[in-house]
Design a protein around this ligand. Sequence first.
Ligand code: SAH
Length: 263
Amino acid sequence: MSGSLTIVGLGPGEAQWLTPAAQAAIAASSDLVGYGPYLDRIPAREDQTKHASDNRVEIARAEQALRLAADGKTVAVVSGGDPGVFAMAAAVFEALEAGDPAWLALPIAVEPGITAMLAAAARAGAPLGGDFCAISLSHNLKPWEVVTVRLEAALAADFVICLYNPISKARPWQLGAALELARRRRAPGTPVIFARAIGRTDESLRVLSLSESIAVASSADMATLVMIGASSTRMIAREGKSPIVYTPRSVTKSPCATSQGRT
Ligand code: SAH
């Protein structure tokens, strides 16, 4: 078996945010595996086969990629953003652990990509300058109760919170519920960022206050990354331009003092 498998991050959007290493891994592959819209971002080549699949069949897609590699193909599994952040790399390793022991001999590598929260943070200023965390609001893969326990803990610890998968047609209410939880712990003027399709031609960045964000929660969609500021996150207003959002690196207040002050 002379095949190999690389799990490649495409970055958040256009090709300029694809790393040269990720590009080289794609160029070197005979077979590309991934969710259709991600594969569509890669120009077709006659000597490469694309295996497109639905977004929901991650483990099946991972097994397919491992089987192709075991058959001697040079396989690239592609993911948007970074493949290790709420994406295909974990699915591949889950399939590897549970699958054919012969697959363990395959060369497997992960090529990182720019994850959505880093792209969004760069557009907004420096909101991740202090401690932060990332939570996926999708409860396809975990109970909603796990999401709320983690959100409560992150709010109590005064992290900047990045919300991936904030909303979808099948999950219309979770973002509103998450922002309501935030409202109980953070001041109404706390900056909240709705960063949509960052790095693509139709990108948009909205900087709101926490109370405004609750009113417009349903305007977010699957291509939106939501960021809730910590108590120290600040906005610099600019005439005719969107404000800069940043979180200073130094923290002077204990999070316990912050949460006790508000509950
Ligand atoms: N692996 C991806 C995340 C997959 S989860 C990454 O590292 O970015 C999918 C979620 O990521 C979306 O629902 C959205 O919240 C976020 N996302 C992905 N691309 C984005 C982009 N270009 N702009 C804003 N958010 C994005």
